[in-house]
Design a protein around this ligand. Structure first.
Ligand code: MRU
Length: 366
């Protein structure tokens, strides 16, 4: 993505790896949109923490971070025996796998790295293969998002308005984004369109991240309160909804995504507005049998009770919004059933949600 910093425009990736220092390099997403900064993690434990505390977030981005984190941990092994090495690899894998529960990209990415590295005949070869596989995952993430853009661009008609939820943009991936890929492709084709970004309480990824990203890219957009979508749909102001996903079940077509996605899908169905989900192949879970089995992350209630931002002097402030003494419930994701989804935009084409299983070979199911 191209970002304008201090008057100059430069190309960045959300997640990358510094081979010389064995560090994962991340855009510090908790500071956006008020500051554009990078952070480096020097150990796999720090990398896992950066995923948990949402320094880096979004399914594809945490997948790439976990892949690099695994390579980082594997490369830091300094013992001699293969037994000790294997135990170390398992520790690294489990630490990263436990960093966040809902997005399957994290585990899919690490399984890919592990499958590649075990082909190495020595510890050194496995260390090298792990890094190569992590780099491949990151590059594939970008390629998948570009392909999503090529398939999804036809959905965005000239003069239309698109609603999106949370951030499934380049900040949620290594680059390009999933839900935003058709938008950037439409922009490149010279189409004119407008995007409504749901603010996405409680962490406001739509207001803070998607709006910043679209602003950087020069895409016409407005932030709306989460509760405004129904009204705009009723008045005919939304032509299309495109969201991302943290885990899409290959067997059923159910889609886990940021809390509030299901509400928007119900509203879109009521108003006969096409509702699409854009995903790279690493977001598909071919194992789980039903959406109720998807682990839904429950986050701290204080995210709901408070809000964060900067004051006029650009100082970070947390302000208390809710009644002191009240508790909050904070599920971070919900599951949308296939009958509410018009299509799943993948790098291999657009499918009906229930067709994923039929086309599983084409879609990368081993
Ligand atoms: O809690 P977050 O910010 O990691 O949640 C992100 C989302 O729900 C995105 O919509 C999702 O990751 C799909 S696009 C990668």
């Amino acid at each position: 993505m191209r970002v304008r910093v201090h008057g100059r425009t430069k190309q960045f990736r959300t997640v990358s790896f510094d081979v010389r220092s064995n560090e994962v390099v991340l855009i510090e997403q908790r500071r956006l949109p008020h500051a554009f900064e990078f952070t480096r993690t020097t150990t796999y434990k720090q990398t896992a923490r950066a995923i948990t505390n949402m320094t880096v977030r979004g399914a594809g981005a945490i997948g790439a971070t976990a892949a690099y984190g695994l390579a980082q941990g594997v490369r830091s092994f300094s013992g001699k025996t293969i037994g000790a090495f294997n135990r170390h690899v398992e520790r690294v894998y489990q630490t990263l796998a436990g960093a966040r529960p809902t997005a399957v990209d994290l585990v899919n990415a690490m399984n890919g790295v592990r499958a590649s590295m075990i082909k190495g005949p020595t510890i050194e070869a496995q260390q090298e293969f792990a890094l190569k596989a992590a780099e491949r995952f990151a590059d594939e993430d970008v390629a998948h998002c570009e392909a999503i853009g090529r398939h999804g661009v036809k959905l965005i008609k000239n003069g239309s308005s698109v609603l999106t939820h949370c951030n499934a943009g380049w900040l949620a991936f290594v680059d390009v984004g999933s839900a935003t890929a058709p938008m950037y492709a439409a922009q490149a084709k010279g189409k004119s369109f407008h995007v409504f970004c749901d603010e996405t309480r409680p962490r406001s990824q739509g207001a803070a991240l998607t709006a910043w990203e679209l602003h950087q890219q020069g895409v016409s957009h407005e932030v709306i309160a989460d509760n405004a979508a129904g009204h705009l749909m009723q008045r005919g102001e939304v032509d299309l909804v495109i969201v991302g996903s943290d885990r899409t079940l290959g067997r059923t077509g159910e889609v886990a995504n940021k809390i509030g996605t299901y509400t928007k899908a119900v509203l879109a169905a009521r108003h006969k507005i096409p509702f699409y989900v854009a995903i790279p192949l690493s977001t598909i879970d071919w194992e789980l049998q039903a959406g109720v089995e998807i682990p839904i992350e429950e986050r701290e209630g204080k995210e709901v009770l408070s809000a964060w931002g900067v004051d006029k002097l650009n100082r970070w402030r947390e302000v208390f919004v809710a009644n002191r003494g009240s508790n909050a419930r904070n599920p971070a994701f919900d599951v949308t059933p296939p009958e509410l989804i018009s299509g799943i935009i993948t790098p291999k084409g657009i499918f009906k949600p229930r067709e994923l299983w039929k086309y599983r070979r084409k879609l990368g199911c081993a």
